[in-house]
Design a protein around this ligand. Structure first.
Ligand SMILES: Cc1cc2nc3c(=O)[nH]c(=O)nc-3n(C[C@H](O)[C@H](O)[C@H](O)COP(=O)(O)O)c2cc1C
Length: 311
């Protein structure tokens, strides 16, 4: 067990030199720019917030319907709706910076140059880190295309790294044959951390209309349905890379988060469950704390990667 004096915060975790007061981060696209949640929860309590995917120009996103429910999750095809990076810097970032929490800028684009431009612009602001969205399944060009080959992820990480003056987290898609190779390519080309998983492409059909429910036909599946896949991938990736791994996919409780941390995650992101319960992130933080108390651990590091496989 780690020896930590009783005054220290046992939930504190360091990722790429950034101190998170606890390992729970609101996942990109499910937490907006924090405003809506600030009416319900104290954002100061969160380890961090990853903002909605930003692009250079504002985007309206895809046509509705853009959300479809499934028995254990949702499909979304939002298509990167966002106000654009300038509005983010002028209007959203000053609001977010009022809170004592780590702010991660999730960035996306159609071509590598757009990611580089975003990295350059945002490096001169008060954001704390970048999350490179190379894994959004809901836009026609770009994005996911970079995330699902070793060549694609290597090139985009290498290029963005040149413009990025803050820690760089690369977010991985589960829609690949071997996620370990993709994570290794991100690490080799300058990622300071990887986060996973993004959503998995799915389809829901309205049997009466004999049409897909989503206007875009397909959408990204998230929520409890994807959790076992995400836990397995978190384990595989954290066994493979030396950089920290941030795990997500279907987390709805402290116990869920502990699974990811035992599998090797240094931190977790909570996404879809915020829609079900706006207090989800806070309950996840409290749940992790309870687990540490129950087993008498004095540091979150006592559980990270402590999974023992069955013989
Ligand atoms: C409505 C919605 C919008 C999302 N938008 C983004 C986004 O802009 N950028 C991104 O990297 N991930 C985005 N995601 C993916 C989530 O950040 C997360 O990776 C995924 O939902 C899995 O976690 P969960 O099961 O806890 O939701 C979005 C997910 C949802 C449900």
């Amino acid at each position: 067990m780690t020896n930590i004096d009783s005054n220290s915060n046992r939930l504190e975790v360091d990722i790429a030199g950034i101190k998170f007061k606890n390992p729970v981060i609101g996942a990109s696209g499910t937490f907006g720019f924090g405003r809506e949640y600030s009416n319900y929860i104290d954002l100061n309590k969160l380890g961090g917030i990853s903002v909605k995917g930003l692009t250079i120009k504002p985007r309206k996103g895809n046509k509705p319907p853009r959300i479809a429910e499934t028995p254990a999750g949702i499909l979304n095809s939002i298509g990167l709706q966002n106000p654009g990076v300038e509005v983010f810097i002028k209007e959203e970032l000053p609001f977010l910076k009022k809170f004592n929490t780590v702010i991660i800028a999730n960035i996306a684009g159609n071509v590598i140059e757009e990611y580089c431009e975003l990295a350059e612009i945002l490096s001169d602001t008060d954001i704390d880190a970048f999350e490179l969205n190379v894994s959004c399944p809901n836009v026609k060009e770009g994005c996911v295309a970079f995330g699902n080959t070793v060549e694609g992820i290597s090139e985009i990480t290498k290029q963005v790294r040149k413009y990025c003056k803050k820690p760089l987290i690369v977010k991985l898609t589960p829609s690949v044959m071997d996620i370990k190779e993709i994570a290794l390519a991100a690490e080799a080309n300058g990622a300071d951390a990887v986060s996973l998983i993004n959503t998995i492409l799915g389809m829901v059909i309205d049997i009466h209309k004999k049409r897909p429910v989503l206007a875009n036909n397909f959408g990204g599946l998230s929520g409890p349905a994807v959790k076992p896949i995400a836990v397995r991938m978190t384990y595989e990736v954290s066994q493979t890379v030396k950089i920290p791994v941030i795990g997500m996919g279907g987390i709805s409780s402290g116990d869920d988060a502990v699974e990811f941390m035992l599998a090797g995650a240094h931190a977790v992101m909570v996404g879809t469950w915020n829609f079900v319960n706006p207090n989800a992130c806070i309950e996840v933080i409290e749940g992790i704390e309870k687990y540490l108390e129950r087993y008498n651990y004095c540091s979150i590091y006592d559980i990270i990667g402590k999974l023992e496989l069955n013989g």
